[in-house]
Design a protein around this ligand. Structure first.
Ligand SMILES: NC(=O)c1ccc[n+]([C@@H]2O[C@H](COP(=O)([O-])OP(=O)(O)OC[C@H]3O[C@@H](n4cnc5c(N)ncnc54)[C@H](O)[C@@H]3O)[C@@H](O)[C@H]2O)c1
Ligand SMILES: O=C(O)[C@H](O)COP(=O)(O)O
Length: 526
Protein backbone atom coordinates (compact mmCIF):
# COMPACT_ATOMS: atom_id res chain seq x y z
CA UNK A 1 0.00 0.00 0.00
CA UNK A 2 1.47 3.41 -0.92
CA UNK A 3 2.26 5.80 1.92
CA UNK A 4 1.85 9.57 1.77
CA UNK A 5 3.16 12.32 4.05
CA UNK A 6 1.24 15.61 4.35
CA UNK A 7 3.82 18.09 5.63
CA UNK A 8 1.89 21.40 5.43
CA UNK A 9 -1.51 22.40 6.74
CA UNK A 10 -4.05 20.95 4.31
CA UNK A 11 -7.81 20.64 4.61
CA UNK A 12 -8.72 17.32 6.30
CA UNK A 13 -10.52 16.52 3.04
CA UNK A 14 -7.14 15.37 1.68
CA UNK A 15 -6.59 12.80 4.44
CA UNK A 16 -10.09 11.47 3.87
CA UNK A 17 -9.49 11.02 0.13
CA UNK A 18 -6.19 9.20 0.70
CA UNK A 19 -7.87 7.00 3.30
CA UNK A 20 -10.84 6.23 1.02
CA UNK A 21 -8.42 5.26 -1.76
CA UNK A 22 -6.52 2.89 0.55
CA UNK A 23 -3.43 5.06 0.96
CA UNK A 24 -1.75 5.21 4.35
CA UNK A 25 -1.35 8.86 5.34
CA UNK A 26 0.71 10.65 7.98
CA UNK A 27 0.19 14.32 8.76
CA UNK A 28 3.31 15.97 10.20
CA UNK A 29 3.39 19.72 9.77
CA UNK A 30 6.09 22.19 10.79
CA UNK A 31 8.95 19.71 10.39
CA UNK A 32 12.47 21.14 10.36
CA UNK A 33 14.44 20.22 7.20
CA UNK A 34 16.48 17.63 9.12
CA UNK A 35 13.32 16.05 10.56
CA UNK A 36 11.77 15.81 7.10
CA UNK A 37 14.98 14.39 5.69
CA UNK A 38 15.06 11.72 8.38
CA UNK A 39 11.59 10.36 7.56
CA UNK A 40 11.01 11.12 3.86
CA UNK A 41 12.51 7.78 2.78
CA UNK A 42 9.40 5.98 4.06
CA UNK A 43 6.99 7.75 1.71
CA UNK A 44 5.75 7.28 -1.85
CA UNK A 45 4.03 10.66 -1.93
CA UNK A 46 4.57 14.07 -0.32
CA UNK A 47 1.69 16.57 -0.18
CA UNK A 48 2.71 20.17 0.52
CA UNK A 49 1.74 23.85 0.32
CA UNK A 50 4.33 26.63 0.24
CA UNK A 51 5.89 26.02 3.63
CA UNK A 52 7.78 22.78 3.00
CA UNK A 53 10.96 23.32 1.02
CA UNK A 54 11.59 20.31 -1.18
CA UNK A 55 15.30 20.79 -1.74
CA UNK A 56 17.93 18.59 -3.42
CA UNK A 57 18.96 17.32 0.05
CA UNK A 58 15.40 16.28 0.88
CA UNK A 59 15.01 14.64 -2.53
CA UNK A 60 18.30 12.78 -2.14
CA UNK A 61 16.89 11.16 1.01
CA UNK A 62 13.52 10.45 -0.64
CA UNK A 63 14.46 7.01 -1.89
CA UNK A 64 10.86 5.80 -2.35
CA UNK A 65 9.26 9.06 -3.38
CA UNK A 66 7.25 8.96 -6.59
CA UNK A 67 5.22 12.15 -6.43
CA UNK A 68 5.24 15.58 -4.82
CA UNK A 69 1.78 17.14 -4.81
CA UNK A 70 1.54 20.91 -4.32
CA UNK A 71 -1.90 21.88 -3.00
CA UNK A 72 -1.75 25.26 -4.69
CA UNK A 73 -0.06 26.90 -7.64
CA UNK A 74 3.54 28.05 -7.05
CA UNK A 75 6.18 25.33 -7.03
CA UNK A 76 9.12 27.61 -6.37
CA UNK A 77 9.57 25.77 -3.05
CA UNK A 78 10.25 22.54 -4.97
CA UNK A 79 13.48 21.85 -6.81
CA UNK A 80 11.66 20.58 -9.89
CA UNK A 81 14.78 19.78 -11.98
CA UNK A 82 16.21 17.75 -9.07
CA UNK A 83 12.89 15.92 -8.67
CA UNK A 84 12.80 15.23 -12.41
CA UNK A 85 16.36 13.92 -12.36
CA UNK A 86 15.27 11.49 -9.65
CA UNK A 87 12.18 10.47 -11.58
CA UNK A 88 9.75 12.09 -9.14
CA UNK A 89 6.59 13.60 -10.57
CA UNK A 90 5.78 17.13 -9.36
CA UNK A 91 2.14 18.16 -9.68
CA UNK A 92 0.16 21.20 -8.61
CA UNK A 93 -3.47 22.37 -8.65
CA UNK A 94 -3.30 25.25 -11.11
CA UNK A 95 -6.85 26.59 -10.75
CA UNK A 96 -8.06 25.62 -7.27
CA UNK A 97 -7.17 28.90 -5.55
CA UNK A 98 -7.16 31.37 -8.47
CA UNK A 99 -10.48 33.07 -7.67
CA UNK A 100 -9.60 33.35 -4.00
CA UNK A 101 -6.22 34.88 -4.77
CA UNK A 102 -7.68 37.29 -7.32
CA UNK A 103 -10.23 38.36 -4.70
CA UNK A 104 -7.40 38.93 -2.24
CA UNK A 105 -5.65 41.20 -4.73
CA UNK A 106 -8.87 43.18 -5.19
CA UNK A 107 -9.32 43.35 -1.39
CA UNK A 108 -5.75 44.63 -1.07
CA UNK A 109 -6.45 47.26 -3.72
CA UNK A 110 -9.47 48.51 -1.77
CA UNK A 111 -7.49 48.38 1.47
CA UNK A 112 -4.85 50.62 -0.11
CA UNK A 113 -7.31 52.99 -1.78
CA UNK A 114 -9.21 53.62 1.44
CA UNK A 115 -6.42 52.97 3.99
CA UNK A 116 -8.72 50.51 5.70
CA UNK A 117 -6.12 48.77 7.92
CA UNK A 118 -4.82 52.06 9.37
CA UNK A 119 -8.33 53.49 9.74
CA UNK A 120 -9.42 50.26 11.42
CA UNK A 121 -6.52 50.35 13.92
CA UNK A 122 -7.10 54.03 14.66
CA UNK A 123 -10.83 53.55 15.22
CA UNK A 124 -10.22 50.53 17.48
CA UNK A 125 -7.86 52.76 19.44
CA UNK A 126 -10.78 55.18 20.03
CA UNK A 127 -9.17 58.00 18.03
CA UNK A 128 -11.98 58.79 15.56
CA UNK A 129 -9.53 60.37 13.06
CA UNK A 130 -12.13 61.22 10.42
CA UNK A 131 -9.94 63.97 8.94
CA UNK A 132 -6.79 61.83 8.75
CA UNK A 133 -8.01 59.39 6.14
CA UNK A 134 -8.77 60.56 2.62
CA UNK A 135 -9.03 57.79 0.05
CA UNK A 136 -9.10 57.56 -3.73
CA UNK A 137 -11.81 56.08 -5.94
CA UNK A 138 -11.12 53.07 -8.10
CA UNK A 139 -13.68 53.97 -10.76
CA UNK A 140 -12.01 55.30 -13.89
CA UNK A 141 -8.51 54.49 -12.62
CA UNK A 142 -6.03 52.52 -14.70
CA UNK A 143 -5.08 49.10 -13.32
CA UNK A 144 -1.83 47.70 -14.72
CA UNK A 145 -1.65 43.91 -14.47
CA UNK A 146 1.79 42.35 -14.75
CA UNK A 147 1.23 38.68 -15.62
CA UNK A 148 -2.21 38.06 -17.09
CA UNK A 149 -2.63 34.30 -16.64
CA UNK A 150 -5.30 32.57 -14.57
CA UNK A 151 -5.28 34.95 -11.61
CA UNK A 152 -4.44 38.09 -13.61
CA UNK A 153 -7.40 37.40 -15.90
CA UNK A 154 -9.81 37.07 -12.97
CA UNK A 155 -8.45 40.28 -11.45
CA UNK A 156 -9.00 42.00 -14.83
CA UNK A 157 -12.59 40.81 -14.91
CA UNK A 158 -13.34 41.95 -11.35
CA UNK A 159 -11.60 45.31 -11.91
CA UNK A 160 -13.68 45.93 -15.02
CA UNK A 161 -16.75 45.33 -12.84
CA UNK A 162 -15.44 48.18 -10.69
CA UNK A 163 -15.23 50.33 -13.85
CA UNK A 164 -11.44 50.43 -13.89
CA UNK A 165 -9.52 50.56 -17.17
CA UNK A 166 -7.29 47.52 -17.39
CA UNK A 167 -3.97 47.32 -19.19
CA UNK A 168 -1.71 44.27 -19.01
CA UNK A 169 1.88 43.35 -19.60
CA UNK A 170 2.44 39.67 -20.29
CA UNK A 171 4.77 38.61 -23.12
CA UNK A 172 2.88 35.32 -23.45
CA UNK A 173 -0.59 36.88 -23.63
CA UNK A 174 -1.93 36.53 -27.16
CA UNK A 175 -3.66 39.42 -28.84
CA UNK A 176 -6.82 37.27 -29.15
CA UNK A 177 -6.83 36.44 -25.44
CA UNK A 178 -6.27 40.10 -24.55
CA UNK A 179 -9.29 41.00 -26.72
CA UNK A 180 -11.37 38.28 -25.09
CA UNK A 181 -10.45 39.67 -21.67
CA UNK A 182 -11.08 43.22 -22.86
CA UNK A 183 -7.66 44.30 -21.64
CA UNK A 184 -5.17 46.45 -23.50
CA UNK A 185 -1.93 44.53 -24.01
CA UNK A 186 1.02 46.88 -23.47
CA UNK A 187 4.76 46.75 -22.93
CA UNK A 188 6.07 47.12 -19.41
CA UNK A 189 7.54 50.54 -20.12
CA UNK A 190 4.11 51.72 -21.22
CA UNK A 191 2.31 50.16 -18.27
CA UNK A 192 4.51 51.83 -15.66
CA UNK A 193 3.73 55.49 -16.46
CA UNK A 194 0.02 54.84 -17.20
CA UNK A 195 -1.13 52.77 -14.25
CA UNK A 196 -2.63 54.20 -11.05
CA UNK A 197 -2.54 50.75 -9.48
CA UNK A 198 -0.16 47.94 -10.43
CA UNK A 199 -0.87 44.36 -9.45
CA UNK A 200 1.58 41.50 -9.95
CA UNK A 201 0.50 38.01 -11.02
CA UNK A 202 3.56 36.32 -12.56
CA UNK A 203 5.47 33.34 -11.29
CA UNK A 204 8.90 34.01 -9.82
CA UNK A 205 11.40 33.28 -12.60
CA UNK A 206 14.77 34.67 -13.63
CA UNK A 207 12.88 37.08 -15.91
CA UNK A 208 10.47 38.32 -13.22
CA UNK A 209 12.76 38.39 -10.17
CA UNK A 210 13.15 42.04 -9.03
CA UNK A 211 10.87 43.22 -11.86
CA UNK A 212 9.76 46.04 -9.54
CA UNK A 213 13.01 47.75 -8.57
CA UNK A 214 14.11 51.39 -8.15
CA UNK A 215 14.44 51.87 -11.91
CA UNK A 216 10.97 50.49 -12.56
CA UNK A 217 9.39 52.57 -9.80
CA UNK A 218 11.06 55.71 -11.15
CA UNK A 219 9.15 55.16 -14.42
CA UNK A 220 5.81 54.85 -12.65
CA UNK A 221 3.20 57.55 -12.21
CA UNK A 222 3.87 59.52 -9.02
CA UNK A 223 1.51 58.27 -6.34
CA UNK A 224 1.12 54.80 -7.85
CA UNK A 225 -0.10 52.00 -5.58
CA UNK A 226 1.45 48.53 -5.90
CA UNK A 227 -0.14 45.21 -4.98
CA UNK A 228 1.80 41.95 -4.81
CA UNK A 229 -0.11 38.75 -4.16
CA UNK A 230 2.20 36.62 -6.35
CA UNK A 231 5.74 36.09 -5.05
CA UNK A 232 8.00 38.10 -2.76
CA UNK A 233 11.04 38.11 -5.01
CA UNK A 234 9.22 40.16 -7.67
CA UNK A 235 9.66 43.38 -5.68
CA UNK A 236 12.95 44.76 -4.36
CA UNK A 237 11.79 45.57 -0.85
CA UNK A 238 14.52 48.13 -0.02
CA UNK A 239 13.76 50.02 -3.25
CA UNK A 240 10.06 49.97 -2.43
CA UNK A 241 10.72 51.43 1.01
CA UNK A 242 12.75 54.26 -0.54
CA UNK A 243 10.01 54.96 -3.11
CA UNK A 244 7.37 55.04 -0.35
CA UNK A 245 9.48 57.43 1.68
CA UNK A 246 10.01 59.74 -1.30
CA UNK A 247 6.30 59.71 -2.14
CA UNK A 248 6.90 58.24 -5.61
CA UNK A 249 4.81 55.27 -4.48
CA UNK A 250 1.74 56.18 -2.42
CA UNK A 251 1.15 52.75 -0.99
CA UNK A 252 1.91 49.07 -1.31
CA UNK A 253 -0.11 46.01 -0.38
CA UNK A 254 1.97 42.89 0.06
CA UNK A 255 0.81 39.35 0.70
CA UNK A 256 4.19 37.83 -0.11
CA UNK A 257 7.74 38.63 0.96
CA UNK A 258 11.26 37.93 -0.16
CA UNK A 259 11.88 35.88 2.98
CA UNK A 260 9.00 33.89 4.42
CA UNK A 261 7.82 33.42 7.05
CA UNK A 262 8.36 37.19 7.23
CA UNK A 263 8.83 37.93 10.91
CA UNK A 264 11.06 40.95 10.40
CA UNK A 265 11.00 43.26 7.41
CA UNK A 266 12.00 46.89 6.91
CA UNK A 267 8.55 47.58 5.44
CA UNK A 268 6.74 46.50 8.61
CA UNK A 269 5.27 49.35 10.60
CA UNK A 270 5.17 51.69 7.60
CA UNK A 271 1.64 53.20 7.52
CA UNK A 272 1.64 53.17 3.71
CA UNK A 273 2.12 49.41 3.62
CA UNK A 274 -0.69 46.90 3.99
CA UNK A 275 0.55 43.39 4.80
CA UNK A 276 -0.95 39.94 5.05
CA UNK A 277 0.96 36.73 5.83
CA UNK A 278 0.70 34.95 2.45
CA UNK A 279 -3.07 34.63 2.76
CA UNK A 280 -3.86 34.84 -0.96
CA UNK A 281 -5.09 31.25 -1.11
CA UNK A 282 -6.49 31.12 2.39
CA UNK A 283 -10.24 30.73 2.07
CA UNK A 284 -12.09 27.64 3.12
CA UNK A 285 -13.34 27.20 -0.46
CA UNK A 286 -9.89 27.37 -2.05
CA UNK A 287 -8.30 25.16 0.58
CA UNK A 288 -11.02 22.55 0.17
CA UNK A 289 -10.53 22.71 -3.63
CA UNK A 290 -6.77 22.33 -3.63
CA UNK A 291 -6.71 19.64 -0.93
CA UNK A 292 -9.31 17.54 -2.75
CA UNK A 293 -7.58 18.01 -6.09
CA UNK A 294 -4.09 17.26 -4.92
CA UNK A 295 -5.17 14.14 -3.00
CA UNK A 296 -7.14 12.81 -5.98
CA UNK A 297 -4.28 13.53 -8.38
CA UNK A 298 -1.67 11.92 -6.14
CA UNK A 299 -3.86 8.90 -5.43
CA UNK A 300 -4.57 8.49 -9.16
CA UNK A 301 -0.88 8.55 -9.95
CA UNK A 302 0.17 6.21 -7.16
CA UNK A 303 -2.63 3.72 -7.78
CA UNK A 304 -3.32 3.89 -11.52
CA UNK A 305 -0.49 5.81 -13.17
CA UNK A 306 -2.89 8.58 -14.30
CA UNK A 307 -1.08 11.91 -14.41
CA UNK A 308 -2.87 15.25 -14.05
CA UNK A 309 -1.33 18.71 -13.73
CA UNK A 310 2.23 17.46 -13.57
CA UNK A 311 4.97 19.95 -14.31
CA UNK A 312 7.59 17.42 -15.38
CA UNK A 313 5.72 14.65 -17.19
CA UNK A 314 3.00 14.58 -19.86
CA UNK A 315 -0.54 14.26 -18.52
CA UNK A 316 -2.42 10.97 -18.70
CA UNK A 317 -6.11 11.24 -17.87
CA UNK A 318 -7.79 8.64 -15.65
CA UNK A 319 -9.82 7.70 -18.75
CA UNK A 320 -6.68 7.30 -20.88
CA UNK A 321 -4.57 5.49 -18.28
CA UNK A 322 -6.20 2.04 -18.75
CA UNK A 323 -6.08 2.43 -22.56
CA UNK A 324 -2.42 3.39 -22.45
CA UNK A 325 -1.30 0.76 -19.94
CA UNK A 326 -0.74 -2.14 -22.40
CA UNK A 327 0.97 0.27 -24.79
CA UNK A 328 3.20 1.45 -21.94
CA UNK A 329 4.39 -2.14 -21.50
CA UNK A 330 4.93 -2.52 -25.24
CA UNK A 331 6.74 0.84 -25.52
CA UNK A 332 9.00 -0.04 -22.61
CA UNK A 333 9.76 -3.49 -23.98
CA UNK A 334 10.75 -2.35 -27.45
CA UNK A 335 12.83 0.45 -25.91
CA UNK A 336 14.49 -2.06 -23.62
CA UNK A 337 15.08 -4.47 -26.51
CA UNK A 338 16.99 -1.82 -28.46
CA UNK A 339 18.71 -0.50 -25.32
CA UNK A 340 20.07 -3.91 -24.33
CA UNK A 341 21.52 -4.38 -27.80
CA UNK A 342 23.06 -0.92 -27.99
CA UNK A 343 26.70 -0.70 -27.01
CA UNK A 344 27.72 2.63 -28.53
CA UNK A 345 26.47 6.21 -28.29
CA UNK A 346 22.90 6.81 -29.47
CA UNK A 347 22.48 9.73 -31.86
CA UNK A 348 18.92 9.52 -33.00
CA UNK A 349 15.68 7.90 -31.85
CA UNK A 350 12.63 7.76 -34.08
CA UNK A 351 9.35 6.36 -32.77
CA UNK A 352 6.59 5.63 -35.25
CA UNK A 353 3.03 5.29 -33.97
CA UNK A 354 0.92 3.68 -36.67
CA UNK A 355 -2.77 2.79 -36.71
CA UNK A 356 -4.84 2.86 -33.51
CA UNK A 357 -2.00 3.94 -31.21
CA UNK A 358 -1.59 7.16 -33.21
CA UNK A 359 -5.01 8.31 -31.96
CA UNK A 360 -3.81 8.14 -28.33
CA UNK A 361 -1.73 10.52 -26.23
CA UNK A 362 1.69 9.23 -27.29
CA UNK A 363 3.86 11.54 -25.13
CA UNK A 364 3.85 9.11 -22.16
CA UNK A 365 4.59 6.23 -24.55
CA UNK A 366 7.62 8.04 -25.90
CA UNK A 367 8.78 8.56 -22.32
CA UNK A 368 8.36 4.82 -21.72
CA UNK A 369 10.31 3.91 -24.89
CA UNK A 370 13.12 6.19 -23.71
CA UNK A 371 13.04 4.71 -20.23
CA UNK A 372 13.44 1.21 -21.68
CA UNK A 373 16.11 2.34 -24.10
CA UNK A 374 18.25 4.24 -21.58
CA UNK A 375 17.86 2.05 -18.51
CA UNK A 376 20.55 -0.44 -19.53
CA UNK A 377 22.95 2.53 -19.55
CA UNK A 378 21.58 4.27 -16.45
CA UNK A 379 19.68 2.34 -13.75
CA UNK A 380 18.19 5.56 -12.34
CA UNK A 381 16.25 6.37 -15.51
CA UNK A 382 12.46 6.27 -15.37
CA UNK A 383 9.69 7.72 -17.52
CA UNK A 384 9.83 11.07 -15.67
CA UNK A 385 13.50 11.76 -16.21
CA UNK A 386 14.11 9.75 -19.42
CA UNK A 387 13.34 12.67 -21.83
CA UNK A 388 15.72 14.90 -19.82
CA UNK A 389 18.43 12.23 -19.78
CA UNK A 390 18.03 11.80 -23.57
CA UNK A 391 18.40 15.56 -24.03
CA UNK A 392 21.47 15.67 -21.79
CA UNK A 393 23.02 12.97 -23.98
CA UNK A 394 22.24 14.98 -27.14
CA UNK A 395 19.94 12.24 -28.42
CA UNK A 396 17.52 13.58 -31.00
CA UNK A 397 14.07 12.13 -30.36
CA UNK A 398 11.30 12.33 -32.96
CA UNK A 399 7.78 10.96 -33.20
CA UNK A 400 5.97 10.05 -36.41
CA UNK A 401 2.23 9.41 -36.21
CA UNK A 402 -0.15 7.99 -38.79
CA UNK A 403 -3.59 6.66 -38.02
CA UNK A 404 -3.76 4.65 -41.23
CA UNK A 405 -3.27 0.94 -40.59
CA UNK A 406 -0.68 -1.26 -42.27
CA UNK A 407 -0.33 -5.02 -41.69
CA UNK A 408 -1.29 -4.46 -38.05
CA UNK A 409 -4.18 -2.38 -36.76
CA UNK A 410 -1.75 -0.82 -34.30
CA UNK A 411 2.04 -0.69 -34.33
CA UNK A 412 4.87 1.03 -32.47
CA UNK A 413 8.21 0.98 -34.28
CA UNK A 414 11.44 2.21 -32.73
CA UNK A 415 14.47 3.04 -34.84
CA UNK A 416 17.69 3.81 -33.02
CA UNK A 417 20.69 5.25 -34.80
CA UNK A 418 24.01 4.86 -33.05
CA UNK A 419 27.53 5.85 -34.05
CA UNK A 420 27.81 2.49 -35.79
CA UNK A 421 24.40 1.35 -37.07
CA UNK A 422 20.67 1.74 -37.32
CA UNK A 423 18.52 -0.76 -35.42
CA UNK A 424 14.74 -1.10 -35.51
CA UNK A 425 12.18 -3.08 -33.57
CA UNK A 426 8.41 -2.93 -33.74
CA UNK A 427 5.58 -4.31 -31.67
CA UNK A 428 1.83 -4.53 -31.54
CA UNK A 429 -0.90 -5.55 -29.12
CA UNK A 430 -2.61 -8.87 -29.64
CA UNK A 431 -6.10 -9.25 -28.23
CA UNK A 432 -6.04 -5.56 -27.33
CA UNK A 433 -3.58 -5.87 -24.46
CA UNK A 434 -0.84 -8.45 -25.07
CA UNK A 435 2.46 -6.88 -26.12
CA UNK A 436 4.20 -8.74 -28.95
CA UNK A 437 7.33 -7.96 -30.94
CA UNK A 438 6.47 -8.39 -34.61
CA UNK A 439 9.47 -7.00 -36.47
CA UNK A 440 13.19 -6.78 -35.81
CA UNK A 441 15.53 -5.14 -38.34
CA UNK A 442 12.64 -5.13 -40.79
CA UNK A 443 12.31 -8.94 -40.48
CA UNK A 444 8.91 -10.27 -39.43
CA UNK A 445 8.79 -12.38 -36.30
CA UNK A 446 6.17 -12.86 -33.60
CA UNK A 447 7.34 -13.10 -30.01
CA UNK A 448 6.27 -12.35 -26.48
CA UNK A 449 9.15 -10.93 -24.45
CA UNK A 450 9.68 -12.72 -21.15
CA UNK A 451 12.14 -12.57 -18.30
CA UNK A 452 14.95 -14.61 -19.94
CA UNK A 453 15.38 -14.22 -23.69
CA UNK A 454 18.11 -15.32 -26.02
CA UNK A 455 18.39 -13.21 -29.17
CA UNK A 456 20.52 -14.54 -32.02
CA UNK A 457 21.17 -13.19 -35.50
CA UNK A 458 22.54 -15.77 -37.92
CA UNK A 459 22.87 -16.87 -41.52
CA UNK A 460 19.88 -18.90 -42.62
CA UNK A 461 21.65 -22.23 -43.14
CA UNK A 462 20.59 -25.81 -42.34
CA UNK A 463 21.69 -27.32 -39.04
CA UNK A 464 21.75 -24.16 -36.94
CA UNK A 465 18.52 -24.68 -35.01
CA UNK A 466 19.37 -28.25 -34.07
CA UNK A 467 22.87 -27.24 -32.98
CA UNK A 468 21.56 -24.39 -30.81
CA UNK A 469 18.86 -26.59 -29.22
CA UNK A 470 21.42 -29.26 -28.36
CA UNK A 471 23.86 -26.70 -26.95
CA UNK A 472 21.25 -25.11 -24.69
CA UNK A 473 19.97 -28.51 -23.55
CA UNK A 474 23.48 -29.77 -22.80
CA UNK A 475 23.99 -26.70 -20.59
CA UNK A 476 20.76 -27.19 -18.63
CA UNK A 477 18.84 -24.36 -20.29
CA UNK A 478 15.25 -25.26 -21.11
CA UNK A 479 13.57 -23.61 -24.11
CA UNK A 480 10.11 -22.23 -23.31
CA UNK A 481 9.21 -20.54 -26.62
CA UNK A 482 10.98 -20.36 -29.96
CA UNK A 483 10.50 -17.73 -32.66
CA UNK A 484 12.22 -17.42 -36.01
CA UNK A 485 12.29 -14.93 -38.85
CA UNK A 486 14.39 -14.35 -41.96
CA UNK A 487 14.74 -11.76 -44.67
CA UNK A 488 14.73 -14.43 -47.39
CA UNK A 489 15.70 -18.09 -47.79
CA UNK A 490 19.43 -18.33 -47.07
CA UNK A 491 19.61 -14.66 -46.01
CA UNK A 492 19.74 -12.84 -42.65
CA UNK A 493 17.84 -14.69 -39.96
CA UNK A 494 16.84 -13.89 -36.38
CA UNK A 495 15.91 -16.09 -33.50
CA UNK A 496 14.25 -15.04 -30.28
CA UNK A 497 13.76 -17.72 -27.71
CA UNK A 498 12.43 -17.56 -24.19
CA UNK A 499 14.35 -19.77 -21.83
CA UNK A 500 13.62 -20.89 -18.28
CA UNK A 501 17.09 -20.10 -16.96
CA UNK A 502 19.40 -17.11 -17.50
CA UNK A 503 22.05 -17.72 -20.16
CA UNK A 504 25.53 -17.37 -18.71
CA UNK A 505 28.33 -15.48 -20.48
CA UNK A 506 30.19 -18.79 -20.98
CA UNK A 507 27.22 -20.33 -22.72
CA UNK A 508 26.75 -17.17 -24.81
CA UNK A 509 30.32 -17.52 -26.01
CA UNK A 510 29.56 -21.10 -27.07
CA UNK A 511 26.44 -19.91 -28.95
CA UNK A 512 28.54 -17.25 -30.69
CA UNK A 513 31.00 -19.96 -31.69
CA UNK A 514 28.34 -21.85 -33.70
CA UNK A 515 29.26 -21.47 -37.40
CA UNK A 516 26.20 -19.56 -38.60
CA UNK A 517 25.92 -17.10 -35.70
CA UNK A 518 26.55 -13.38 -36.26
CA UNK A 519 25.44 -12.09 -32.85
CA UNK A 520 24.05 -13.64 -29.65
CA UNK A 521 22.76 -11.70 -26.69
CA UNK A 522 20.94 -12.57 -23.48
CA UNK A 523 18.10 -10.10 -22.87
CA UNK A 524 15.87 -9.71 -19.88
CA UNK A 525 12.46 -8.05 -19.57
CA UNK A 526 10.36 -7.15 -16.55
N1 LIG B 1 -0.48 34.82 -2.63
C1 LIG B 1 -0.89 33.59 -2.78
O1 LIG B 1 -1.28 32.93 -1.85
C2 LIG B 1 -0.93 33.02 -4.17
C3 LIG B 1 -1.95 32.11 -4.49
C4 LIG B 1 -1.97 31.56 -5.76
C5 LIG B 1 -1.00 31.88 -6.67
N2 LIG B 1 -0.01 32.72 -6.31
C6 LIG B 1 1.03 33.09 -7.28
O2 LIG B 1 0.46 33.87 -8.29
C7 LIG B 1 1.23 33.75 -9.47
C8 LIG B 1 0.35 33.65 -10.69
O3 LIG B 1 -0.46 32.51 -10.63
P1 LIG B 1 -1.39 32.09 -11.86
O4 LIG B 1 -2.17 30.93 -11.41
O5 LIG B 1 -2.10 33.25 -12.41
O6 LIG B 1 -0.28 31.61 -12.86
P2 LIG B 1 -0.41 31.52 -14.46
O7 LIG B 1 0.69 30.68 -14.89
O8 LIG B 1 -1.78 31.19 -14.87
O9 LIG B 1 -0.13 33.01 -14.90
C9 LIG B 1 1.13 33.60 -14.82
C10 LIG B 1 1.25 34.55 -15.98
O10 LIG B 1 2.50 35.22 -15.87
C11 LIG B 1 2.97 35.40 -17.19
N3 LIG B 1 4.39 35.65 -17.21
C12 LIG B 1 5.40 34.75 -17.20
N4 LIG B 1 6.58 35.38 -17.28
C13 LIG B 1 6.30 36.70 -17.34
C14 LIG B 1 7.10 37.86 -17.45
N5 LIG B 1 8.42 37.77 -17.51
N6 LIG B 1 6.49 39.06 -17.46
C15 LIG B 1 5.14 39.15 -17.40
N7 LIG B 1 4.33 38.08 -17.33
C16 LIG B 1 4.91 36.87 -17.29
C17 LIG B 1 2.60 34.14 -17.90
O11 LIG B 1 2.55 34.32 -19.29
C18 LIG B 1 1.23 33.85 -17.33
O12 LIG B 1 0.21 34.37 -18.15
C19 LIG B 1 2.14 32.55 -9.23
O13 LIG B 1 3.42 33.00 -8.84
C20 LIG B 1 1.55 31.89 -8.04
O14 LIG B 1 2.46 31.16 -7.32
C21 LIG B 1 0.04 33.30 -5.08
O1 LIG C 1 1.14 29.45 -5.10
C1 LIG C 1 0.17 29.32 -4.37
O2 LIG C 1 -0.74 28.50 -4.57
C2 LIG C 1 0.03 30.23 -3.20
O3 LIG C 1 1.20 30.90 -2.95
C3 LIG C 1 -0.59 29.65 -2.00
O4 LIG C 1 0.35 29.19 -1.09
P1 LIG C 1 -0.14 28.42 0.23
O5 LIG C 1 -0.77 27.16 -0.23
O6 LIG C 1 1.06 28.18 1.04
O7 LIG C 1 -1.13 29.29 0.91
Amino acid sequence: MPKVLISDKLSPAAVQIFKDRGIETDVKTGLAPDELKAIIGQYDGLAIRSNTKVTTEILAAATNLKVVGRAGIGVDNVDVPAATARGIVVMNTPFGNSITTAEHAIAMMFALAREIPEANASTHAGKWEKNRFMGVELTGKVLGIVGCGNIGAIVADRAQGLRMRVIAYDPFLSVERAKELNVEKVELDELFPRADFITLHTPLTDATRNIIDAKAMAKMKKGVRIINCARGGLVVEEDLLAALESGQVAGAALDVFKTEPAKENALFGNPKVVCTPHLGASTSEAQENVALQVAEQMADYLLTGAVTNALNIPSVSAEDAPKLRPYMTLANQIGSFAGQLTETGIKDVKIEYLGHVASLNTKPLTAMVLEGLLKPMNEAVNMVNAPVVAKERNIKVSEVKSESEGDYHTLVRLTVTTDKRERSVAGTLFGGNKARVVEIKGISIEAELGQNMLYVTNQDKPGFIGALGSLLGANGVNIATFHLGRSEAGGDAILLTQVDQPVSNDLLEKVRALPQVVQAKFLTFA
